[in-house]
Design a protein around this ligand. Structure first.
Ligand SMILES: Nc1ncnc2c1ncn2[C@@H]1O[C@H](COP(=O)(O)OP(=O)(O)OP(=O)(O)O)[C@@H](O)[C@H]1O
Ligand SMILES: [Mg+2]
Length: 344
């Protein structure tokens, strides 16, 4: 086991200040303390080679968890043990040498210098032998096809290019565990895809264990085999993404658009009858208002039942009575939203 997090919690203490000068003066003499429970006790384990998505709405506590795991802040209670021996909050040097961190919203590279200078600085700080440094740098730049970027001042790089350099920097000392806080934030489609394929490579080919936060469905679907969902500082799900998928995501939403309400009623009637015959007690179909009339029938079924249910629903009407049939998959966002809502 690479990471063992036990009952780790964080509450931030802040002070309330009334608005205006009066409030500022008052705060000099009496400050009212407020505790924000950013993370309630969470526990989880991460094994070597995993790619874990730490997900949740804004303010859920994800960044706070990553900061505790990298020792940037100390937990209010609980603890994290890494590589079976290090207390993460103590930031022992051997631990720092085995981890890397990239925060999409924060720059680790010096903006005034070319990236190569920051890379050299990191090499000196971590004491990376020259041969190893060269090999790793070429490997990273090779994956990105970004050999030319290292000599340009960082402030002249595009956001996507800068992120490639940030990723490279975080891996130069050969970490086994990488923490990423929204690495694709603000990137366009192509740049985000490049970052994703890079992350896939370092996880699958180099065996780097990754813990990532992201608000983008693409990142999660393409990269994270396992997801930990956090809502209001509480872990509400920890398991395989595919299992979340199957539980709710496996449903297909069908909308049958009919010429008028009479037909829609008939379609709904046939669908219900066929379902009753099958003894199927799935979700009830509903009529939906569309194009200024109630003429759509909506229902959800599993992919296996898709063809049969459409056939049943339209069995008693003519094909000219049906204007359109739409089939869509429930979005991952709405699936997660449902889990968050249920947890409250
Ligand atoms: N230094 C701080 N002092 C006081 N409260 C803080 C501090 N940092 C974070 N918080 C609060 O802790 C909670 C969790 O914040 P955190 O940044 O961990 O959320 P997050 O899940 O990373 O959100 P996002 O998706 O927006 O990045 C929020 O309510 C936030 O306001
Ligand atoms: Mg955050």
């Amino acid at each position: 086991m690479l990471l063992d997090v036990r009952q780790m919690a964080k509450s931030y203490v802040t002070y309330r200040k009334d608005p205006g000068l009066k409030g500022a003066v008052k705060a000099l003499f009496h400050r009212e303390k407020i505790a924000v429970d950013a993370v309630r006790p969470v526990s989880f384990q991460v094994d070597r080679g995993e790619f874990v998505g730490l997900l949740g709405p804004n303010g859920a506590g994800k960044t706070t968890i990553l900061k505790m795991l990298t020792g940037l802040i100390t937990p209010s209670s609980g603890c994290g043990t890494a590589f079976g021996e290090y207390d993460v909050s103590k930031r022992p040097r051997p631990y720092l040498e085995r981890i890397g961190m990239v925060m999409g919203q924060r720059n680790q590279l010096n903006p005034d210098l070319p990236a190569i200078d920051s890379f050299r600085l990191a090499q000196a700080i971590y004491g990376v032998p020259e041969q190893e440094f060269e090999t790793r740098l070429n490997q990273m730049l090779g994956i990105f096809q970004a050999q030319d970027l290292v000599h340009k001042p960082v402030r002249k790089l595009s956001l996507g290019e800068r992120m490639q350099m940030e990723m490279t920097l975080s891996l130069l000392h050969g970490p086994e565990l990488l923490f990423l806080d929204e690495p694709t934030i603000g990137l366009d489609f192509a740049a985000a895809r490049r970052i994703r394929s890079f992350l896939k490579t370092i996880n699958q080919s180099l065996g780097v264990t990754v813990i990532l936060t992201s608000h983008y469905t693409k990142d999660i679907e393409e990269l994270c085999r396992r997801v930990i969902l956090i809502n209001k500082g509480v872990c509400v799900y920890d398991g395989l993404l595919s299992e979340v998928d199957e539980r709710i995501h496996g449903q297909r939403e069908v909308e049958i658009l009919c010429v008028d309400e009479g037909i829609a009623q008939r379609v709904m009637g046939s669908f219900k009858n066929a379902q009753a015959e099958l003894g199927n007690t799935g979700a009830e179909p509903v009529l939906k208002l569309r194009d200024k009339g109630i003429n759509s029938v909506l229902f959800s079924v599993t992919p296996r039942m898709l063809a049969a249910s459409i056939k049943n629903a339209t069995a008693t009407v003519e094909s000219r009575d049906i204007v359109d049939i739409k089939i869509s998959e429930a979005e991952l966002e709405s699936v997660f939203g449902e889990i968050y809502a249920r947890s409250v």
